[in-house]
Design a protein around this ligand. Structure first.
Ligand code: GLC
Ligand code: GLC
Length: 672
């Protein structure tokens, strides 16, 4: 077997001889992306004898996968494939060809796109049940559905599906692979994209590879990180943080035979060893299998953890990025319509490092999420405003996924230095937020539960549904307004807004997990309730909490879908000179002007939406002077009211306004 050659063209020739295909599309993409993949492999595995073999096999798998890709998915690829750019430091810029044709706007930059996320079992029993709900989802206005992990997992606890025993078998309680394909097809027909997790940092401890690795079967010994004694684990743990200390201390667990294996999360989730190129090849195969089921977006679970190195935190290392880029190149070759969503719940400087056309085009926005809650607790939107000012802009061709809460906990991931600039002590503030959202702080409206409280470090995160955290559970009449306000931020800052399904009817915490021995120690289950049938039953009755919320959430969706200014990521902060008011401007740029137009018949291109949100408990006044840069007449889009800005405006507590404004006529010198 040849070693990886420094010369990509020569290696490609060798590999091409082994390819059966001859498909022109595939060859074009192979020519385009191979140099990038090759350079990445060379950097990751250049000194390993099996590097070339893994690269060759990856390409062969990509070829087979493309051959097997169903025509409707290929059609989707053709609609969605985006030009990629060379990665500045991959060293391949001289060999990269650039896709020709006019620049294309990504499909996910459409203001009409609104997402939802749900567990199949909890929301609809099984995949057939989920399909039966498609008309409801469509009716709500969704164009994106993230189904939580649904593959086969171990008996008993499985981290809500994040311990995958086989990437090629659906959990039998939910259906079959054929069911999943059918679900993808029906979603596509209804105009929804399918999002599934690619849980690629680890497998379940009963995955076939894991069993073989532990048994020392040749070819598999090196799939995981197994150590004969504590020597290396102890050294690693000096610099690696604990993720689930409630499950086990540190990052390793002991095997029955006394050896130690790396498991960042639960004891039954074993980290894959990506320093072994065969693991990359194997996981690339699983990834393409998922892609061929009809998945449109792969949520790259726990991406920060995929590369380990002694003496480092083993989070967000440079190699983690190279790996993600390599997976991206494989996808670009064999499933070019599919994009990655990065799940990096880390320091904001690190979150953005995963976002590029070569890496993940989409990323959760954990900072905006956490700071929305921060502003609701403090009534002070300064940190959120600061984040929007300096941490919001993304490269062209990429976007945020903005959420109010997910299936996980809320961690206060803002940067200490950002807080310090505003005179806020980050440590003390995080402690306050944990107290506040666990309801311990006097006067708190929130009913949350702490997650992974670590007495050693004082660290903790918060779990709870949107409604429970916002005050609905505590019967604070303002709770429902906070639910709407929080969603209005996710809906107006750009990118893909995401609803945790059930939150639109105000589902509350589910405390039953505490009685389930398998779940009692994982308080995130409090925010994963079953389909709230009662709330949905009263969603059309506006006298109920569910009905009131549902009406407002639908309105937010409708208006967002009629407002091209709200897509894209370009955002201009605006100083409303009112301490509790968050204000910013959104302008329709070419990236976002994809919608049907403004809905009210006006042409949105070049116009601006001024977003105002009052986080305070009192009326907030925005003076005429502050608004004098705009023409005196504006339209408030949510209420469809024409408003006059000439006398200033008053925002009631927790109210918001999306004002379509025009610049004031230029006050230049009069000419005679
Ligand atoms: C991600 C998931 C989380 C899971 C972890 C391990 O962070 O969102 O639910 O526990 O990865 O897979
Ligand atoms: C899971 C955990 C979260 C952790 C993250 C890392 O989401 O719940 O607390 O920070 O994994 O990806």
């Amino acid at each position: 077997m040849p070693a990886l050659n420094a010369d990509a063209a020569r290696d490609l020739d060798t590999i091409r001889d082994a390819l059966l295909g001859g498909d022109r599309e595939f060859d074009r993409r192979l020519d385009e992306h191979f140099p990038r993949l090759h350079a990445l492999f060379f950097r990751l595995y250049g000194d390993r004898a099996d590097g070339f073999e893994a690269l060759r096999d990856t390409i062969l798998i990509a070829g087979e996968s493309w051959d097997a890709r169903a025509q409707p998915l290929r059609d989707r690829d053709a609609e969605r494939e985006l030009p990629s750019e060379s990665h500045a430091d991959s060293g391949t810029s001289d060999t990269l060809s650039v896709t020709s044709g006019a620049p294309k706007q990504p499909w996910f930059a459409d203001n009409r796109l609104v997402g939802g996320v749900a567990y199949v079992d909890r929301y609809a029993s099984d995949l057939a049940g989920m399909r039966a709900r498609i008309p409801d989802l469509k009716d709500l206005g969704l164009g994106w559905l993230h189904l939580m992990p649904l593959f086969r997992t171990p008996e008993g606890d499985d981290d809500g599906g994040y311990a995958v025993s086989s990437y090629r078998e659906v959990d039998p309680a939910l259906g079959t692979i054929a069911d999943l394909r059918q679900t993808a097809t029906e979603l596509h027909e209804a105009g929804l994209s399918l999002v599934l997790d690619f849980v690629f940092n680890h497998t379940a401890s009963d995955h076939e590879w894991a069993r073989k690795a532990v048994a020392g079967e040749p070819g598999y010994e090196d799939f995981y990180l197994i150590f004969p004694d504590r020597e290396l684990p102890d050294r690693y743990e000096q610099t690696v943080r604990e993720i689930f200390p409630d499950d086990h201390p540190g990052s390793f667990i002991q095997l029955p035979d006394g050896r130690w294996i790396w498991s960042t999360f639960h004891h039954y989730q074993w980290d894959l060893n990506y320093a072994n190129p065969t693991v990359f090849r194997a996981m690339a195969g699983e990834m393409l299998f998922l892609a061929n089921l009809g998945v449109d977006v792969l949520r790259m679970d726990a991406v920060a953890f995929i590369w380990k190195q002694l003496g480092t935190p083993s989070e967000s290392l440079p190699e983690a990025h190279l790996l993600l880029q390599a997976f991206n190149a494989v996808l670009a070759i064999a499933a070019p319509g599919v994009v990655f969503l990065s799940e990096a719940i880390v320091h904001p400087d690190e979150v953005v490092d995963y976002i590029s056309t070569d890496e993940a085009r989409l990323s959760y926005n954990p900072l905006q999420m956490a700071l929305t809650w921060e502003a609701l607790a403090t009534r002070d939107p300064r940190l959120l405003r600061q984040a929007l000012e300096r941490r919001h802009t993304l490269p062209d061709g990429t976007a945020w996924v903005n959420y109010v809460r997910g299936h996980d906990d809320i961690g206060w991931t803002f940067a200490d230095e950002d807080a310090a600039e505003l005179g806020i002590d980050a440590g003390a503030h995080r402690r306050f937020l944990n107290e506040f959202y666990s309801g311990r702080f006097e006067g708190s409206f929130a009913r949350g539960v702490l997650f992974q409280e670590n007495p050693r470090t004082g660290d903790a995160r918060v779990a709870g549904t949107t409604a429970s955290l916002a005050g609905v559970e505590a019967r604070d009449p303002a709770g429902v307004q906070r639910v709407v306000l929080a969603h209005s931020i996710a809906f107006s800052t750009g990118g893909v807004p995401l609803i945790y399904l059930g939150d639109e009817v105000g589902q509350l915490n589910d405390y039953s997990y505490a009685d389930d021995p398998e779940r009692a120690r994982d308080s995130r289950w409090v925010n994963r309730p079953e389909y709230p049938a009662e709330a949905y039953a009263s969603r059309d009755d506006e006298r109920t909490v569910a009905g009131w919320l549902h009406r407002w959430m639908r309105r937010l969706i409708e208006v967002r879908q009629a407002t091209p200014e709200l897509a894209g990521t370009t955002l201009l902060p605006f100083d409303a000179r009112s301490p509790h008011v968050l204000a910013f401007q959104r302008t329709a740029d070419s990236a976002s002007a994809l919608g049907d137009g403004a809905g009210d018949g006006s042409d949105a291109t070049g116009s601006t939406v001024l977003v105002l949100a009052n986080f305070g408990d009192e009326d907030a006044e925005i003076s005429a002077e502050v608004l004098s840069g705009f023409a005196p007449i504006a339209t408030e889009l949510i209420t469809s009211r024409v408003v006059s800005l000439g006398g200033g405006i008053v925002l009631e507590p927790r109210h918001l306004a999306w004002l379509r404004v025009q610049p004031a006529a230029a006050a230049g010198p009069e000419r005679f």
